[in-house]
Design a protein around this ligand. Structure first.
Ligand SMILES: Cc1cc2nc3c(=O)[nH]c(=O)nc-3n(C[C@H](O)[C@H](O)[C@H](O)COP(=O)(O)O)c2cc1C
Length: 518
């Protein structure tokens, strides 16, 4: 395998290895600090991060307010505290090595206030320290010496633009901020405003895209105004990566495309925009770097780093539960499925556990209906005393068999179809909707919308409450009955010799293995 050379990320030369951000609470201060400590890049998930108390325990997220809008505000407040808490932990563990990024999901509710809240707090914290102990500040800056100044150099231009002649103060402040979070990554949607926020706080930004076309749209709309702080472009393979996937309507979920040609297309576009020096970060399906030899030091692809999400789950520093780690070891090819149940409306990749099976089973009962008899929709079917719809003859037989099996509650979807669920499932759906805290900017499951409180469509019973299930699995609850995001390479834990006899490597061991091509 070719030698792996350092790459410039967020103003510092680091190993071209990144732990991808994983929400909720799957990449946290501990794991990202460890990646940074190893000279690589760690990414704290800013998606409703946990606050940790003085005893090292997770502070449960408790909502005290009644109205959904108010609970949404509580969620934002808790998330800002969580992001700051995890940033401090990561910073401490990193020992000043590597880089620490924060990931936000663009479509999560309150992504902008959360991001701004975390950044503001970092700034205020530094301002307070500066006021209380200015001498300590100067000492710190001097002691950090040449290297530190180089890092600041990359930032100075943008900082000056915002803060004019306050440069020495700003240098100190920005030094501290840079020591907490050096970059922001953002995907799942089209994060146009990311560049604006990055400029406001003088921080590097990393959009996550799955095609050159998506990057072109972001560039033209806003990134071209903030080219200096574009730290890298994450290309996330929409067929292979864990979590949400950026498959567009023109891409076939069953026909994966090799990343090579798509990366070349992205690089060609980036070069045409004078972004030759900006690294592309390849995410999705990265296991051994030796498998990407042809990509490394290849002028067609240019500066390159690798982002891993699934493989870091099985490390000592990963916060995921032992049961989750155990499950990963036993996965077979095909146990991770690409599906469209997420209330975000995006495709996503997760382990096909009982939770997934239930969603597939629910979806299997789906049938279209018409409000008036037409063509083959001639069989009347009563939804309630006052509402009758028309389904096909074939579907009427299916409907009768579902009802006979106990799936006797019929629910409408927003797409003129119905599904059949048990009374227990129906009760759960109702309860989850009632408990909605507005975690997404728009939620298909609850029909919540951050913009005006509700979407102009029916809530979708084929989907689920993502906030509830991701929080549950992240905090040690059932790995069978909750959503378990994973990439499509997860089956390799079972065959890779590194994990033989139940071995769990530290992040440092994994980084060493990656550098040696393993
Ligand atoms: C459990 C899990 C949760 C994830 N959550 C997020 C997330 O909140 N935001 C995000 O941008 N990417 C998320 N990802 C994607 C990762 O950051 C990473 O890009 C991806 O996992 C890389 O592909 P791989 O899984 O094949 O290594 C998640 C991935 C996993 C496995």
């Amino acid at each position: 395998m070719k030698k792996i050379n350092p790459v410039m990320i967020s103003g510092k030369e680091v190993l071209p290895l990144i732990e991808g951000g994983k929400g909720v609470a799957v990449s946290d201060g501990r794991s990202s600090g460890a990646w940074a400590a190893a000279g690589a890049v760690g990414t704290i998930s800013g998606v409703f991060a946990d606050v940790i108390d003085d005893e090292g325990r997770v502070v449960p997220k408790v909502y005290t307010r009644k109205a959904r809008q108010d609970r949404h505000k509580e969620l934002i407040e808790m998330s800002i505290k969580g992001g700051i808490c995890q940033a401090k932990i990561a910073h401490e563990i990193s020992g000043g090595n590597g880089r620490i990024h924060m990931n936000v999901l663009w479509e999560m509710g309150g992504s902008i206030p959360i991001l701004e809240g975390v950044m503001n707090s970092c700034e205020n914290m530094v301002a307070r320290m500066k006021e209380k102990a200015p001498e300590k500040y100067h000492e710190k800056i001097e002691a950090a010496g040449e290297k530190f100044q180089q890092t600041l150099g990359a930032l100075r231009f943008n900082v000056q633009k915002r803060m004019n002649d306050a440069i020495p103060v700003v240098d100190g402040m920005m030094g501290e901020i840079k020591n907490l979070i050096h970059g922001v990554t953002c995907g799942a949607g089209m994060p146009y405003k990311l560049a604006e926020i990055a400029a406001k706080y003088g921080i590097y930004y990393y959009p996550i895209v799955s095609s050159a076309r998506a990057f072109r749209a972001l560039w033209l709309r806003s990134y071209k105004n903030c080219a200096d702080l574009l730290g890298g472009v994450v290309y996330e393979d929409p067929w292979l990566a864990g979590g949400h996937n950026g498959l567009s309507n023109s891409e076939d979920p069953t026909k994966p495309q090799r990343p090579y040609e798509r990366l070349v297309e992205l690089r060609t576009l980036m070069n045409s925009l004078n972004l030759n020096h900006v690294p592309i970060i390849l995410a999705g399906g990265v296991w051994n770097l030796s498998e990407f030899d042809e990509y490394i030091d290849n002028p067609e692809i240019g500066p390159l780093a690798f982002q891993l999400g699934t493989r870091p789950l099985l490390t000592v520093e990963s916060p995921v539960a032992k049961a989750w780690q155990g499950c990963l070891r036993g996965l077979k090819k095909g146990d991770v499925v690409l599906q469209q149940f997420s209330p975000t409306g995006f495709y996503s990749s997760a382990v096909r556990n009982k939770f997934m099976d239930n969603l597939f089973a629910r979806k299997d009962t789906e049938m279209p209906y018409l409000e008036k008899p037409e063509t083959i929709f001639v069989r009347p079917f009563k939804l309630s005393e006052s509402q009758t719809v028309y389904i096909t003859d074939h579907d009427l037989k299916r409907a009768e068999s579902y009802i006979k099996d106990g799936r006797n509650v019929v629910l409408k979807t927003p797409e003129k179809s119905i599904i059949f669920v048990t009374p227990e499932t129906n009760a759960q759906i109702k309860e989850d909707r009632a408990n909605c805290v507005g975690c997404l900017s728009a939620c298909a499951f609850s029909a919540w919308s951050q913009a005006n409180g509700h979407l102009d469509r029916l809530p979708d019973p084929r989907s689920f409450c993502i906030n509830k299930t991701l929080n549950a699995i992240a905090h040690g609850e059932s790995i069978d009955n909750n959503l378990m995001f994973a990439g499509h390479s997860a089956y390799r834990f079972g065959t890779d010799p590194m994990y033989k006899n139940g071995y769990i490597p530290t992040v440092q061991e994994l980084v060493d293995a990656l550098l040696s091509g393993k």
